[in-house]
Write a protein that binds this ligand. Structure first.
Ligand SMILES: [Zn+2]
Length: 167
């Protein structure tokens, strides 16, 4: 999946979490931003990805040490991040945003032919029975769907009023 699809999923998760916990504006924006970043973070193992370009040295290091879609796309890595955030006593809503953001990335990558090494260091490639090409029609449709859903979650009451007005 493209970075756009991953970040669109992350923003949607952030918006849902913010709404569920009824966060104030500052917290809601923070939650949406960190979920968005978390949703592209696993691709730090890929030097040409959005996040990889920003942290080139770290990206090169991870790529050479572990390879692409291995450690950073695994359950062990998500567990490690969860443990770290727990130690830092990050509020639960930010923690949910980060973990679900990363999880959405891994799930979306499991929809591609390459799959992910979910149980790294075990060399098992995990992917769904149905796969789609990165940058293909499903990729683009997912990005648009997630974006529309985010708008709906954020502005539901305004949208409902608009729909009622026009129907
Ligand atoms: Zn990935």
């Amino acid at each position: 999946m493209t970075g756009k699809t991953h970040s669109a999923a992350g923003l949607l998760i952030g918006a849902v979490v913010a709404r569920h916990f009824e966060l104030d504006l500052i917290e809601a924006v923070t939650c949406i931003v960190i979920s968005g970043v978390a949703s592209i973070f696993p691709d730090i193992c890929h030097t040409q990805s959005k996040i990889g370009k920003h942290f080139r040295i770290l990206s090169l290091f991870i790529k050479h040490m572990f390879g692409h879609r291995t450690l950073t796309h695994s359950l062990i890595f998500m567990g490690l991040i969860f443990f770290l955030l727990h130690m830092l006593q990050i509020p639960i809503y930010y923690m949910i945003g980060v973990i679900c953001g990363m999880l959405s990335h891994v799930i979306l990558d499991m929809l591609t032919p390459r799959g992910v090494k979910l149980f790294f260091p075990l060399p098992i490639r995990v992917r769904f029975p149905i796969q789609f090409k990165t940058g293909g029609i499903l990729d683009l449709s997912l990005a648009s769907t997630f974006s529309i859903m985010t708008m709906f979650v954020l502005f539901e009451s305004t949208m409902k009023q608009l729909i009622r007005y026009f129907l």
